[in-house]
Every structure is written in C-alpha cells, then in structure tokens.
Design a protein around this ligand. Sequence first.
Ligand SMILES: N[C@@H](CCC(=O)N[C@@H](CS)C(=O)NCC(=O)O)C(=O)O
Length: 207
Amino acid sequence: MTLRLFCTPGTAVSAVAIAPEEAERPYDTVLVNFARGQQAGAAYARINPKGRVPALATDNGVLTEATAILEFVADTNPAALLRPESPLAMARMREAMSDLASTVHVNHDHKKRGRRWADHPGSLEDMTAMVPQTMAASAAHLQAHCLHGPDVLGSNFSLADIHLFVICTWLERDSPRVGEFPALAAFMARMETRASVAAVRAAGLLL
Ligand SMILES: N[C@@H](CCC(=O)N[C@@H](CS)C(=O)NCC(=O)O)C(=O)O
C-alpha cells in the first residue's frame, strides 16, 4: 500500500513521520505550505476538508488526526511493537495521546491560532499572553503524570512517546524551558538518540 503524508515542518506531522520511520515503512511526503496558505486552499480541502495537517493518503482513502494515523501505522506494522498488547496499557497510551492532542496541542494553538476562537484584538492578546503559563502547566503535568517511568508506559516504548516528544519540541517556542523539567528533559534527550527522530530531523520536518 502506498502511504503519502501531507506535511508541514514543525507541526504534529513530525510525530506521524517518526512512526513509519520506527517501523521502517516507506512513505512519500507532500509539503503543505502554510506560508502560502495551502492548508486552507481548495486543492488541499479535497485531501483534508478540516484544512489541517497531518493527513495520510492510503490506497483506501485519506486518514486525518495524528492519533488515528499513529494507531493505523502501529496496527499495520505490528512487528515494530509501537503499541502495547494489554487493554490497560493500550488505554494508558490513548489516555496520554488524547491529553496531548486535545489539551496540550490546543494550549499551544492559542499563541498563533487564536483567531479560531476570538477576533477582538484584546482577546487575542490575552490568549497569547497566557500561553507561557498554560504550556508551563502542561509541561509540569506531563512530567508528573504522563511519564510513568522513563517512557510514558514505564519502560515500554510506544506511540505515546513519539507524540509526547513532538509536542514537547514546541515547549521552548512557547517559553517554558524543557531544562526546568528534568524528567521531561531526560526523556527528550533519549528520544533524540533514536534513528527515527534523526531521520525525520534530517528530512526537515522537526524544527
Ligand atoms: N486534531 C488535529 C490537529 C491538527 C492541527 O491542528 N494541525 C495544525 C498544525 S500542528 C494545522 O494544520 N494548522 C493549520 C491551521 O490552523 O491553519 C491532529 O491532532 O491531527
């Protein structure tokens, strides 16, 4: 099956690219240029009507939402052991990824994507000003409650580690310094040693 990943550097796409790298599963990439507004254009709407990346085109249709795409890659490449077997560990993995996608990612979006929620200049300014605080609170929460050991699932690498890593690469941009969170910093340093992360960085998808 051909896999084609629609991507923009520095976004949640990097997580989705790390998974096939872990599985040594070939995939093509197509750049969606945010600077040119391509994500909001008619051509990309035919790929993802939500106007967001990532989107993964397969022979059987397009998948969107980072968490769904990550699980698809894990399930179609079982030898890569990217997801756990036990229902509790699986739920724990989804618990972390849901939090990352629906809370931490949304906190981050208040910095540059505030227009989704407000258009009064004062409201936008207020939302942007809160980001260092909300992302610091997110980082503290992730360190204390998301990591159950060196990895999210204790000491079993999974999709949740990939997702956590990519979202944490945004922390420095949003002010909290990763170094202020030693367990998160150690986790990030270990992730940087993975060949999958090096490959995605070399491809220019991780900023
Ligand atoms: N819930 C989606 C969120 C995807 C999302 O918001 N992607 C951002 C980049 S990280 C995007 O495409 N933004 C484009 C825009 O807001 O115009 C997921 O987790 O895949």
